[in-house]
Design a protein around this ligand. Structure first.
Ligand SMILES: NC(=O)C1=CN([C@@H]2O[C@H](COP(=O)(O)OP(=O)(O)OC[C@H]3O[C@@H](n4cnc5c(N)ncnc54)[C@H](OP(=O)(O)O)[C@@H]3O)[C@@H](O)[C@H]2O)C=CC1
Ligand SMILES: N[C@@H](CC=O)C(=O)O
Length: 912
């Protein structure tokens, strides 16, 4: 997976104050919690460090976050302890302990457990238990104590990282963060003090790095200045509170950039669970692309503005302010020169996003052509409220804005956006929605006198708004950017409530109703052609990552066909458009973000066909499908597609997949035909899966749900897109029932023919789904809705071939009684033959009806000539009225069904 890994560029002299000048520039890695999910992930992180340490002398520092979810779990345990839930707190701690023990056992590898690691884990959980006891006694969670608790998460994962590096022969040493990162001491939101950190790094890190030892440092945490430390813990705080502070959530990024600055590093790699910084949130804008390179100020804007990939203050240590330069130089802090690369942990060969320090802004009045992408990204900050203070008496009065912001500061409300009309008769302030209740009273109190005098006429709060911003340093001095942005919003019917643009011209923000935020982002993304960022093609892999929900007959055949498609691409020297990364069954999953190799897939298919569960197979994980989906979605996937080849009601899973940003392909009819009513009774507008997906910019294709591999839905769409109107579709859409009736007509026994259909994979997992007419009814509902019918499955009368007495039996008992159906069906077929007819199971759909049932058709009719699993669909349309359009062909069986599914997958893979 790590073959061909790009190497760090800088081979320049290390900062003279720290290392002899012959040494290469140091490298800093930071692994986030999402990247450190378990022992495998920690080992993978270690292998990345080893791979990029192209020579043993390359000075390398590694910063780690706590393992995935550990910070939240520690916080939860602290709250429980504080609120008197000692048992809950202990259980939470026990679970964390087990997780770390297990990870420690596994990272140590074949050599068995590492005793010193076990001792550290023991001691840490002992300290944590003591801290929680203290919190329980205190009944309060002072920020300084919260910091002390949370710090343990990073420390533990740093110890694991050291063990993982040691296990692969990389010399590594744990370095306590307090020995290096010196801060201003603000609990919960501290900022590193660069001069003191540089001095500490010279003392503690330089000798280590000079020896070729990788220094592993817990992120997110730093030391309290000696002066503050004396006051850090309240006198009644629990014992053993270490004087540490945290740098704010996601603060490990800040630890990494701080170290990069003080070490004079050339490269900082932030290994994340995303492909890089994207042009938009891919869950909202399917066309989002990885931005190959952007300036640190642009990246900072994005970080502040809702793109949660970077800690908002992460780039501050690298952005030298001229006022600080001399002081820093005197204090031995090297000039900033590191470039930051955000790379996907799951795919270390991907280039990710490089954040550079060199300005690429145009000089004012420049006449050269404007940059190709003056705007690099669109971002949105939801969950906001817009507060407007308005009044004609505000004009020309100094201090109104200052008092408004002072009031908000006193109420602890952070302001996200400010806009003031030049008439000075209103000030709009964007605040978090959660602050809505506090904001109005705070402002009313501040302006009580002006309100009483009528100078301020109103304080209005508009809840549920979002700030959508376009960001890019290239827009400075380029006319027409705002026009393009607001024109796009207007075209998308999005009303703009307020506007803000700083004079830096790095960001134009528009406040819109929360419900319009997604449409606004898509419109702006399209207007600035951000799908072409990276030179017309995404720098991220162009392929789509496919996950199969269901690994039965159709799923396994689909896996085979995908593998075949990949070999064809390899043979003609092109990149395969799809990669199969995960397979899920009812009890577990197998997943590899880098793609499941053909040989591995073949062996999984073989074992699965022999009745084994995926969870039991090599690399398999046990868990319910929703856990599988959550696990898979937490990885940095490329344009993920979930393929539903199960036979159950998977509506909730598919909803979750859409929320995780996945497109969907279905062979499973149930989520479309039942599960939920797909037409909103009140508005008669489409609701349900397809509409939910569309609202999030996701696509749902499901050709196989009607004619397996036949182009039935495709034909419906093409007729409709070309302006034709479908009046009526008559069809025999069941492969199983077609096969059965054709075989009965040739004198074969019912039981024998049905068993044959099952063996050939034509039937549903329970063949009574076919025999009952339900499967045909679902197809009819799906098809009828496409032509405008508004009914539900309950409106379709079905005629069943299964006698009521056999309908509810367990499957095996039903199959054991199949022979009882032979004689009645032989008689019914013979009676029809006597009338010159044959039996067929037919569906009739139109905008007004959906009907299915057994019919006798004349032996001379085209339906009578169907054989095998042949389906037939006869379209009567405005254009094809005298001579209807007919589609005929095999309509069941894993091979044709998988082919229909693969076509949909390829259409989605090629469509974005
Ligand atoms: N066969 C055909 O000709 C056609 C089939 N279809 C549709 O294709 C679908 C698959 O059919 P087929 O392959 O024959 O069915 P199978 O019974 O062979 O396979 C179903 C698979 O889905 C898994 N599964 C069931 N529920 C879930 C769940 N909630 N989450 C994850 N996996 C789950 C099963 O797991 P486990 O192995 O653990 O039981 C199994 O691997 C059906 O919906 C069918 O209607 C559509 C057109 C034609
Ligand atoms: N069981 C179904 C398979 C395709 O949907 C059929 O027989 O048609």
């Amino acid at each position: 997976m790590t073959r061909g890994l790009p190497t760090p560029g800088g081979r320049v002299a290390f900062a003279p104050a720290l290392m002899p000048s012959a040494r290469p520039a140091p490298l800093v890695h930071k692994f986030g919690g999402a990247a450190l999910a378990d022992a495998d992930a920690v080992r993978h992180a270690a292998s990345i460090v080893a791979m990029l340490r192209t020579d043993d002398a390359l000075p390398t520092a590694v910063v780690v976050s706590a393992m995935h979810g550990v910070t939240d779990a520690l916080l939860d345990a602290s709250h429980r302890a504080t609120h008197g839930d000692a048992t809950g707190a202990r259980h939470a701690l026990d679970a964390l302990r087990r997780r770390h023990d297990e990870a420690a056992r596994r990272v140590a590898g074949d050599g068995g457990g590492d005793e010193s690691l076990s001792a550290v884990i023991d001691a840490t959980f002992g300290e944590l238990a003591g801290l929680l006891d203290g919190l329980a006694a205190l009944g309060d969670l002072p920020p300084s104590v919260a910091d002390a608790v949370l710090a343990r998460g990073e420390r533990l994962s740093a110890r694991l990282a050291v063990a993982a590096l040691a296990a692969i022969g990389v010399p590594a040493q744990y370095v306590d963060e307090c020995d290096v990162i010196q801060t201003d001491g603000r609990p919960g939101n501290a900022f590193p003090d660069l001069p003191r950190t540089a001095a500490a790094a010279r003392r503690v890190l330089a000798p280590l790095l000079a020896r070729g030892t990788v220094a592993v440092i817990p992120g997110f945490v730093g030391a309290v200045p000696a002066r503050t430390a004396a006051h850090a813990a309240p006198s009644d705080a629990p014992r053993r509170v270490a004087p540490v502070v945290t740098l704010g959530r996601g603060g490990s990024d800040l630890t990494a950039t701080t170290l990069a600055r003080v070490l004079g590093a050339r490269d900082v790699f932030l290994w994340k669970d995303v492909r890089g910084l994207l042009t938009a949130d891919p869950r909202v804008v399917p066309d989002a692309r990885v931005i190959p390179a952007l300036h640190a100020r642009e990246a900072s804007e994005l970080a502040y503005h809702g793109a949660k990939v970077l800690h908002p203050r992460a780039l501050v240590p690298l952005l030298a302010r001229s006022a600080q330069r001399d002081a820093h130089r005197e204090a031995g802090v090297p000039a900033p020169r590191a470039r930051v690369t955000v790379r996907p942990f799951a795919d270390p060969t991907a280039p990710g996003t490089t954040i550079v320090l060199a300005e690429e802004r145009r000089a004012p009045g420049a006449t050269s052509s404007p940059p190709r992408h003056p705007v690099k990204a669109v971002s949105a900050l939801g969950g906001q409220a817009l507060v407007t203070v308005r009044g004609t008496g505000m004009a020309g009065v100094p201090g109104i804005a200052a008092r408004a912001f002072g009031a908000l500061e006193r109420a602890g409300i952070s302001v996200a956006l400010i806009s003031q009309a030049s008439s000075e008769q209103s000030i709009c302030i964007g605040v978090p929605q959660s602050a809505t209740a506090a904001v109005e009273p705070a402002l009313r109190e501040a302006f009580a006198a002006e309100i009483a005098r009528g100078e301020i006429e109103g304080i209005d709060v508009e809840p549920d708004v979002a700030t959508v911003a376009v960001v890019g340093s290239g827009m400075a001095g380029v006319p027409g950017i705002a026009a393009r942005f607001f024109g796009a919003l207007a075209d998308a019917q999005v009303n703009v409530v307020a506007i803000a643009q700083g004079s830096s011209e790095l960001n134009i923000s528009a406040v819109v109703a929360g419900k319009d935020a997604a449409a606004a982002q898509r419109a702006a993304h399209a207007a600035f052609r951000l799908d072409r960022v990276g030179g017309g093609a995404a720098r991220a892999p162009q392929h789509a990552d496919v996950v199969l929900l269901g690994f039965g007959k159709v799923g396994r055949e689909l896996a085979r066909q995908i593998t075949q498609r990949q070999s064809a691409s390899r043979a003609d020297g092109t990149q395969s458009p799809v990669s199969l990364v995960g397979v899920v069954d009812s009890r577990g999953w197998v997943f590899d973000a880098a793609g499941l190799a053909p040989r591995r897939l073949a062996s999984l298919s073989k074992a699965k066909a022999e009745g084994r569960a995926l969870a039991e197979l090599p690399g398999g994980a046990e868990g319910a499908p929703d856990a599988a989906l959550a696990h898979i979605a937490a990885h940095a996937l490329s344009r993920p597609i979930l393929v539903d080849v199960t036979a159950g009601d998977t509506s909730a899973l598919l909803d979750a997949a859409v929320h995780h940003g996945m497109d969907l392909v279905l062979a499973n009819k149930k989520p479309l035909a039942e599960g939920r009513v797909t037409v909103d009774a009140a508005t008669a507008s489409a609701a349900g899966l397809v509409a939910t997906a569309a609202a999030r910019g996701r696509r749902v294709l499901h050709e196989a749900t009607v004619g397996a591999g036949l182009p039935v839905i495709d034909t419906v769409r093409k007729l409709q897109e070309s302006g034709d109107r479908i009046l009526h579709i008559q069809g025999c859409p069941s492969g199983t029932l077609g096969f059965l009736f054709a075989e009965l007509g040739r004198g074969r026994a019912f039981s024998d023919a049905l068993r044959d259909a099952m063996a050939r994979g034509y039937t549903e997992p329970d063949p009574r789904e076919d025999l009952s007419g339900q499967d045909v009814a679902r197809k009819a509902v799906i098809l009828a809705r496409l032509v405008g019918w508004k009914g539900t499955l309950d409106d379709v009368a079905v005629e069943s071939l299964v006698p009521p007495a056999l309908a509810a039996l367990p499957l095996q008992e039903f199959l054991a009684q199949l022979e009882s159906l032979d004689a009645p069906w032989a008689a019914r077929v013979a009676a029809a033959a006597a009338r010159g007819a044959v039996l067929r199971y037919r569906a009739d759909v139109s905008p007004k009806e959906a009907r299915v049932g057994i019919v006798e058709v004349d032996r001379a009719s085209p339906f009578a000539s169907l054989s095998g699993t042949d389906n037939q669909f006869v379209f009567t349309t405005r254009r094809y009225k005298e001579r209807p359009l007919v589609i005929t062909g095999p309509g069941a069986g894993p091979e044709v069904t998988a082919a229909g599914v693969l076509n949909d997958v390829l259409a989605l893979a090629g469509a974005r």
